[in-house]
Ligand binder design. Structure first.
Ligand code: C2E
Ligand code: MG
Ligand code: MG
Length: 554
């Protein structure tokens, strides 16, 4: 193929890709029968290469035998000059052999002498992705992902926002579904009006995203605050005053070395900080990192990428948990760390809450469980009665394969389930309560213990005790740190421990930092176990083994 023709094939391919909206693109040089196909099609269908000779024949092998004749007739008609268009529905097999339905549309482009030049078109899987939201007419989350992954993203976009609505189901319940749709339509128009020259997307649920190209963080905050006030005070549908509660987060796009996944995780993190911690106040991810420069986007990017590299750099430390009366070791809690030459040891408060929003997190969650159980087996060899506690994140639990993964790890490591305690953190409480009840009920039947971590700091703490049976309640360190000086702390600890006991749960008190706190807590009733720097800081598995020997020999 001539160089000129080759570059025309590529530029035609690039042009078509702009409009593809998630469909696979192909362009075929009809002189040479060389084609270029979308890279994602090559990966998804297991095709030999982006550039293929006689791609039509290669593709025929992927088409369901019952649909192949219709496909071949249409292609032959195009290449013999009997037809200008190709428009066929068929089933085609992906690389894993699974079939789905596709529509393939193509057209012949002719040279000035009317000879056929190129045959180009798109293949679309309708059932898989909906690129346009029917209600608002906006591009959906798939369009957002296409754009954020696109090569021009970091050059054209300087800020991404996520704006969403809280408790929208109330609007549907009170006014009906049709009315709710109209609210979302008007809401989206207002966002477009306030962010002109930006791309606006309808994300999942009632969230919207904005990709802006020349909006500063200060302007974004001003615009968001305007929207916040407008939808609270001045928003009417017909004559009905509708009050909407907004949440909003943003991230500045000023680094070219960060993957789109990291931007997206940081954006979601900022959004959920707004929703859960700031009652809808605007959160800019960059402000969070100013307060704590270790948590900058680049560092998150490096830590995130190391999950994809087999969890390189991560390691577990363990902290002792002791029996309140005897002060013998009851168990240990696994606590994640990440380490590199450049950054040294990074503790989880710098990355865990951002990574929890990341699609890679379940991978890390599995690694943590496996590592904790492998180390745990060595601990049990020294002290068979102790428990190994592992913190779970809500994204991990929500994964459909979580239960299978957990039991696969238990089986392959040979760790006894009755020695495992799963700690659910504050963020897990946002999950569907029914799902948690079923899942944790099943775990308890298998002998696994369930602990509620950081009890008292989350708004659903008491609700969770009423809804799911738990074995241990861990009182957060906030409640004990001034127990020797503040009588309110003493009453809080008493209140929580009485409450937990009435739900038949054991109480573990965190944050036993010094001898004074230890003395006070040991005098409280109903506290079964204690954990804190006084007994041990989080230390490596080898150091734990030494400690266990020390305690055993006492
Ligand atoms: P957490 O589960 O409540 O863990 C206890 C935290 O309190 C640990 O911080 C521990 O080092 C710290 N701590 C323990 N005793 C004392 C004390 O006496 N004084 C003080 N000042 N601090 C004490 P760390 O290791 O930084 O972990 C922070 C949080 O990160 C954990 O809180 C947990 O929510 C989360 N996390 C840690 N490891 C994992 C993990 O493997 N998976 C998940 N999903 N979350 C984890
Ligand atoms: Mg914990
Ligand atoms: Mg805790």
């Amino acid at each position: 193929m001539s160089k000129n023709k080759n570059s025309r094939l590529d530029s035609m391919y690039e042009t078509l890709s702009i409009f593809a909206e998630g469909a696979y693109v192909f362009v075929c040089d009809m002189d040479t029968n060389v084609s270029r196909w979308s890279k994602n099609a090559v990966e998804y269908f297991g095709l030999p290469d982006e550039y293929m000779l006689h791609a039509g024949k290669i593709w025929a092998d992927h088409i369901h035998p019952d649909d192949r004749a219709a496909y071949e007739k249409s292609i032959n008609d195009v290449f013999s000059g009997d037809a200008e268009n190709h428009n066929v529905h068929y089933r085609a097999a992906a690389a894993d052999g699974s079939y789905a339905s596709y529509t393939c549309k193509g057209n012949v482009i002719r040279k000035s002498n009317n000879e056929p030049d190129f045959f180009c078109g798109i293949i679309r899987n309708h059932s898989k992705y909906e690129y346009i939201d029917n209600n608002t007419g906006l591009r959906t989350v798939y369009g957002f992902f296409d754009d954020i992954k696109g090569s021009s993203f970091t050059h054209n976009v300087n800020l991404i926002l996520m704006i969403g609505l809280s408790s929208f189901s109330n609007i549907n319940d009170i006014y009906g579904y049709e009315f709710g749709n109209r609210v979302l339509q008007k809401f989206s128009r207002k966002i477009i009006e306030v962010f002109p020259d930006s791309n606006v997307y309808k994300m999942n649920g009632t969230r919207f995203a904005v990709m802006a190209s020349s909006v500063t963080a200060e302007e974004a905050e001003e615009k968001y605050n305007y929207l916040h006030g407008y939808f609270r005070n001045d928003f009417y549908i017909d004559d009905t005053h509708v009050v909407l509660s907004l949440n909003g987060g943003a991230i500045q796009v000023d680094s070219f070395d960060v993957s789109w996944n990291t931007f997206y995780s940081c954006l979601r993190f900022a959004y959920y900080q707004s929703k859960r911690k700031k009652c809808g106040g605007f959160v800019i991810f960059d402000d969070i990192i100013k307060a704590d420069n270790r948590r900058c986007v680049e560092h998150i990017n490096v830590i995130r990428n190391s999950i994809a590299e087999g969890c390189r750099g991560f390691f577990l430390c363990y902290q002792l948990i002791v029996n309140t009366k005897t002060e013998k070791v009851n168990g240990v809690e696994a606590l994640i760390r990440w380490k590199s030459d450049e950054l040294g040891v990074v503790t989880p408060d710098k990355f865990i809450d951002v990574l929890e929003e990341d699609s890679l997190f379940p991978e890390l969650g599995k690694w943590i469980l496996r590592q904790a159980m492998e180390d745990g087996k060595k601990f049990l060899a020294r002290n068979p009665d102790m428990t190994v506690s592992v913190n779970l994140s809500y994204t991990q639990i929500q994964q459909p394969g979580f239960v299978n993964d957990l039991f696969e790890i238990i089986e392959s490591t040979g760790f006894p389930p009755s020695r495992l305690c799963l700690e659910i953190t504050e963020r897990c409480r946002l999950m569907d309560i029914e799902l948690m009840r079923n899942m944790f009920g099943f775990f308890r039947e298998k002998g696994i213990k369930i602990a509620v971590d950081d009890f008292g700091t989350g708004y659903a703490s008491i609700g969770i005790l009423r809804s799911i049976p738990v074995d241990v309640v861990k009182i957060d360190r906030e409640f004990v740190k001034n127990i020797d000086t503040d009588p309110r702390d003493k009453s809080s600890v008493k209140f929580i421990s009485d409450l937990a006991t009435s739900f038949s749960a054991d109480v573990c008190c965190e944050g036993i930092e010094n001898n004074k706190i230890r003395g006070f807590v040991r005098k409280c009733d109903n506290i079964a176990s204690m954990q804190g720097y006084f007994y041990s800081k989080p230390i490596t598995a080898d150091e734990i083994l030494e400690k266990l020997d020390e305690y055993n020999n006492d």
